[in-house]
Ligand binder design. Structure first.
Ligand SMILES: Nc1ncnc2c1ncn2[C@@H]1O[C@H](COP(=O)(O)OP(=O)(O)OC[C@H]2O[C@@H]([n+]3cccc(C(=O)O)c3)[C@H](O)[C@@H]2O)[C@@H](O)[C@H]1O
Ligand SMILES: Nc1ncnc2c1ncn2[C@@H]1O[C@H](COP(=O)(O)OP(=O)(O)OP(=O)(O)O)[C@@H](O)[C@H]1O
Ligand SMILES: NC(=O)CC[C@H](N)C(=O)O
Length: 715
C-alpha cells in the first residue's frame, strides 16, 4: 500500500579547520533538506572539521572544537524534526576515530566509527585514525559534559550498529567501506537494513567518476535498498578537489544526482521513494530468504521516528521521484570545470588580489589561461543564478561592493594578469598569440622584453670568471647551451614574482599581491623537462596533474565551447621552448629535445605509477605492445626507449621535490609531496634491471632467429 519517505543528501564545500563556516553550511543544508520535505539528511565525511585536516587530526583541540560545533548544530532550532547523519572525528578510549553521529531532535542515537580506512593514493587515514575493524561490535561512549547538557544523555552507543525506526532500518557505510571487498552494506542488507547512508570525502580524478558510481549503483543492484551518497566538494586547503556528485539510488537506479563541479557551497538533493519498492525488489532475490538464517545480527537501536507518516500515502504533493540516467562530463569538461572551481576556492579563501600567469604562446600556459577564463565564466553564471556567496566573494576580492560582472572578461580585467616575457629567441608568432589570447579573455596583459636582464646576468658571470658561454649552434658545448637556456627561464620566475607583487600597485588597486600560476604539465614533470626554479616554481598550478594529450583535447574543446577561435593557432603550432636561437635550419622542439613523444610519456607514466612497473616489467609489457603493428619495433628499440625514460625520470626526480602544488587530476601523477613518494637520488642507469632487460632482448632475438630458421627449413 506504499511507504513513501523523502530523504536528502548533499555536497558541501567544507574547508579544513573552518569550524564555524562548516557549521553554517551544515545547518543550511539541513534547512534546505527540510524545505524539500526530507525526514533524513546525510552529510559528507568529517564535515564538521573538513575532510582534509591531515596532521591537524593529531591535535586534541580539533576533537574538542568538533564537539563544540556539533553542540551548536543540534541545539539550533532549524535542525529539529529530521534524522541527522553528521560526519565528525571522535576520541574514544584515547584512540581517534573517523565517525558519524546519528541523531534526532538533539538526542544521539548512535556514534558509528569507520571500520575500514582509506589509505592508498592520496589517502593516509591510518596515520590519524584507528580503524574500528570489528563489524557488529559496540561499546558505550561517555559524552562530553557540555554535550550531555544539550542531549540529556550521559552515555550513548559507539560501534557498528543500525538504526530502526517505526517503518524501516537504516545503516551507515563510510566512503572507503564501499570500495572494500567486504562492504558493510552486504551484511546490513542481509539483516534487513533498507536505507544505507554513505558519507564521503572523495576527490576528483579524470575519467574516474564511473568507478565510484558503478560501486554505488552495484551496492543496491545486488542487495536492493536505498543508497544515499554524500560527498564534500571543493578545495578544502590542499591539492585535491572533492567532486561532490551526491546521489540517491534505489535498487541500482539513480533517482537524484547532484552536480560534480559547481561554485555552490551547499547543494542538497532529495528524493521521495516507496520503501515497498525495496521489499518487492528483495523479494525476487534469494538474499532476502537467506538472511533469516543468519545469527550474527546487528544491534539495532530503536527510535520512535516516523520517517513515513501515513498521511504521505494519500498526499497528492508527495510524488515518488522517477529514475534518471547517470550524468557524466566529458574529460575536456572535467578539465574546464574541476581546476576552475579549485582556483576559485583558492582565490577567495586566500583573499589574494588575483592571478598572474607568464603566458608564452604555447599550449600549457594557454590551457592555464583558459582554465582561469572558465573560472570567470563560472563566477558570472553563478551570480546570474542568484548565488549571493559568489557575489559577496567577488566584491570582496575586487574591493568593490558595487561590482556585478556581466561577462567573464570584466572579471579577468580586474583579477587576471598575464605577461609575455620575450627574449631575442622568442618568435613573433608566440608573442602575438599570447597577446591575442589575453585580449580575447580580457586579461590585463604585459608584453615585455627581458634581453637586457639576461645580458646583464651573463656579463656579471663573464666579468667574474672571464669566460663567456655561447649557444651550441654557434659552437658552444652542451653545458653552455643548457646554462644559457636556464638563465632565461629562471629569470622569468624572478620577474613573475616581482610583477605579481607590484602590478596591482601600478594599477592603483588596493587588492594586495597576485598569486603566480605555474603551467608545467604532468608529462614534463615525469620526464623532468623543465628548469628547476623557473616558471614551474609558482604558487599553484592548475594543470600540473594533466597530461599534454588531455590539455590539447581540452583546448580543442574550448575553441568551440568558449568561442575562442584563436585557440586553433595554439593547437597547430609546434611546441617549442624558444630558449635557443632560431636559425634558418634550426627551431627547438620539445619532443626532439626530450627524446620521446608526449604519447610515449603518458604510456610510461601510467605503467610506472598505475601498473606499478619497474624498468624490467615495463620493458616486457611494452615489448608486447610495441612489437605489434603498426609500430613493429624490435626488442632492442623498445629496450632503448624504456631505458631512456628511466634515465631521465631518475636524473630529474629531484625536481619533483620542489614542484609547485598542483591540482591532482591524473592517476599517474608524479607528485612527490602527497601522491607518488619516491627517493630523489637514484642511479639512473638501473644497472641490474638493465642487464636483465638485455638478457630478455637477447633471448627474444635468439627465439626470432630460431623461428626464422624453422620457417626457412619448412619452405
Ligand atoms: N640528484 C640531484 N639532487 C638534487 N639536485 C640535483 C640533482 N642533480 C642535479 N641537481 C641540480 O639540478 C639543477 C639542474 O636542473 P636545471 O637547472 O633544471 O637544469 P637541467 O635539468 O640540466 O636543464 C633543464 C632542462 O629543461 C629543459 N627545458 C625545456 C623547455 C623549457 C624549459 C623552461 O624552463 O622553460 C626547460 C631544458 O631544455 C633542459 O633539458 C642543478 O642546480 C643541479 O645541481
Ligand atoms: N616567452 C615567455 N613569456 C612568458 N612566459 C613564458 C615564456 N616562455 C616560457 N614561459 C613560461 O614558462 C613556462 C615553461 O616554459 P616552457 O617553454 O617549458 O613551456 P611549456 O611548458 O611547453 O609551456 P607552454 O606550452 O606554455 O610554452 C611556460 O608555461 C610559461 O608559463
Ligand atoms: N575518504 C575515503 O574513504 C576515500 C576512499 C576512496 N578510495 C575514494 O577515492 O573515494
Amino acid at each position: 500500500m506504499g511507504h513513501y519517505i523523502t530523504i536528502a543528501t548533499c555536497n558541501l564545500n567544507q574547508w579544513a579547520l573552518d569550524f564555524e563556516g562548516n557549521r553554517d553550511r551544515i545547518i543550511e543544508s539541513i534547512r534546505q533538506a527540510k524545505k524539500q520535505g526530507a525526514k533524513l539528511r546525510v552529510g559528507p565525511e568529517l564535515e564538521i572539521c573538513g575532510y582534509g585536516c591531515l596532521d591537524h587530526f593529531s591535535e586534541s583541540d580539533l576533537y574538542q572544537h568538533s564537539w563544540e560545533i556539533y553542540g551548536d548544530i543540534i541545539s539550533h532550532p532549524d535542525t529539529k524534526d529530521i534524522l541527522l547523519d553528521i560526519g565528525i572525528p571522535i576520541i574514544h578510549k584515547s584512540n581517534k576515530y573517523n565517525c558519524r553521529i546519528i541523531s534526532y531532535n538533539a538526542k544521539i542515537l548512535l556514534i558509528r566509527p569507520k571500520l575500514y580506512l582509506a589509505n592508498d593514493g592520496n589517502y593516509r587515514e591510518m596515520r590519524y585514525f584507528t580503524p574500528w575493524n570489528r563489524p557488529k561490535y559496540f561499546e558505550e561512549y561517555q559524552l562530553p559534559k557540555f554535550i550531555s547538557k544539550i542531549t540529556q544523555q550521559s552515555r550513548v552507543t559507539f560501534g557498528d550498529c543500525v538504526i530502526e525506526t517505526f517503518e524501516t532500518r537504516l545503516g551507515c557505510e563510510t566512503c572507503e567501506e564501499l570500495f572494500t571487498p567486504q562492504s558493510p552494506h552486504i551484511d546490513m542488507s542481509l539483516d534487513g537494513v533498507e536505507i544505507f547512508t554513505n558519507s564521503s570525502g572523495s576527490h576528483h580524478e579524470l575519467r574516474k567518476l564511473d568507478t565510484r558510481l558503478e560501486l554505488i549503483t552495484e551496492a543496491t543492484k545486488k542487495c536492493g535498498g536505498v543508497y544515499l551518497y554524500s560527498n564534500q566538494r571543493g578545495c578544502d586547503g590542499d591539492r585535491l578537489y572533492y567532486d561532490g556528485c551526491a546521489a540517491i539510488i534505489l535498487n541500482g537506479k539513480v533517482v537524484a544526482q547532484a552536480s560534480q563541479f559547481s561554485l555552490n557551497d551547499v547543494e542538497v538533493v532529495s528524493a521521495t521513494i516507496d520503501l515497498d519498492d525495496v521489499r518487492s525488489y528483495r523479494n525476487q532475490k534469494s538474499a532476502s530468504l537467506q538472511s533469516v538464517n543468519r545469527k550474527d545480527i546487528y544491534k539495532s537501536l530503536y527510535c520512535e521516528i516516523d520517517l513515513s507518516p501515513t498521511s504521505n500515502v494519500f498526499n497528492p504533493l508527495i510524488v515518488p521521484t522517477s529514475t534518471r540516467p547517470i550524468r557524466y562530463h566529458l574529460p575536456e569538461e572535467e578539465i574546464a570545470l574541476g581546476p576552475a572551481c579549485w582556483l576559485w576556492d583558492y582565490l577567495r579563501r586566500s583573499k589574494t588580489g588575483g592571478y598572474f600567469l607568464p603566458l608564452s604562446g604555447g599550449i600549457d600556459s594557454c590551457a592555464t589561461a583558459v582554465i582561469v577564463h572558465s573560472m570567470c565564466r563560472l563566477v558570472v553564471e553563478a551570480i546570474k543564478d542568484g548565488n549571493k556567496q559568489v557575489l559577496n566573494d567577488i566584491q570582496s576580492l575586487t574591493h568593490d561592493s558595487n561590482f556585478i560582472p556581466n561577462t567573464p572578461q570584466e572579471i579577468a580585467e580586474k583579477l587576471f594578469h598575464t605577461s609575455f616575457m620575450g627574449t631575442e629567441n622568442s618568435s613573433k608568432e608566440t608573442r602575438t598569440r599570447a597577446k591575442e589570447l589575453a585580449k580575447k579573455i580580457g586579461a590585463y596583459h604585459i608584453d615585455l622584453n627581458m634581453d637586457t636582464l639576461v645580458g646583464a646576468v651573463i656579463s656579471v658571470f663573464e666579468v667574474a670568471t672571464g669566460k663567456k658561454p655561447i649557444f651550441k649552434i654557434f659552437g658552444g658545448s652542451q653545458t653552455e647551451n643548457l646554462a644559457l637556456q636556464n638563465i632565461q627561464a629562471r629569470l622569468r620566475m624572478v620577474l613573475s614574482y616581482l610583477f605579481a607583487q607590484l602590478l596591482p600597485w601600478t594599477r592603483n588597486k588596493s587588492t594586495g599581491g597576485l598569486l603566480v600560476l605555474g603551467s608545467a604539465n604532468v608529462d614534463e614533470c615525469l620526464r623532468g623537462y623543465l628548469t628547476k626554479y623557473d616558471c614551474s616554481s609558482a604558487d599553484i598550478n592548475p594543470i600540473g596533474g594533466i597530461s599534454k594529450t588531455d590539455l590539447k583535447r581540452f583546448i580543442a574543446w574550448a575553441e568551440i565551447k568558449f568561442e575562442l577561435p584563436i585557440l586553433n593557432e595554439f593547437l597547430t603550432a609546434t611546441p617549442t621552448a624558444e630558449l635557443e636561437p632560431i636559425t634558418e635550419n634550426y627551431v627547438q622542439s620539445d619532443e626532439i629535445d626530450m627524446g620521446m613523444t608526449y604519447d610515449e610519456l603518458s604510456r610510461f607514466g601510467r605503467l610506472r605509477k598505475v601498473d606499478k612497473c619497474g624498468p624490467l616489467s615495463m620493458f616486457i609489457k611494452l615489448y608486447h605492445e610495441w612489437s605489434q603493428p603498426p609500430l613493429n619495433l624490435t626488442a632492442e628499440q623498445v629496450a632503448e626507449k624504456v631505458k631512456r625514460f628511466w634515465f631521465f625520470y631518475a636524473i630529474n626526480r629531484h625536481k619533483m621535490t620542489t614542484m609547485t602544488p598542483a591540482y591532482h587530476a591524473e592517476q599517474y601523477s608524479p607528485d612527490d609531496n602527497r601522491f607518488d613518494l619516491r627517493p630523489f637520488l637514484i642511479n639512473p642507469r638501473f644497472p641490474h634491471a638493465s642487464k636483465k632487460i638485455d638478457e630478455v632482448v637477447e633471448d627474444i632475438k635468439r627465439r626470432e632467429e630460431e623461428i626464422q630458421k624453422n620457417n626457412i627449413s619448412v619452405e
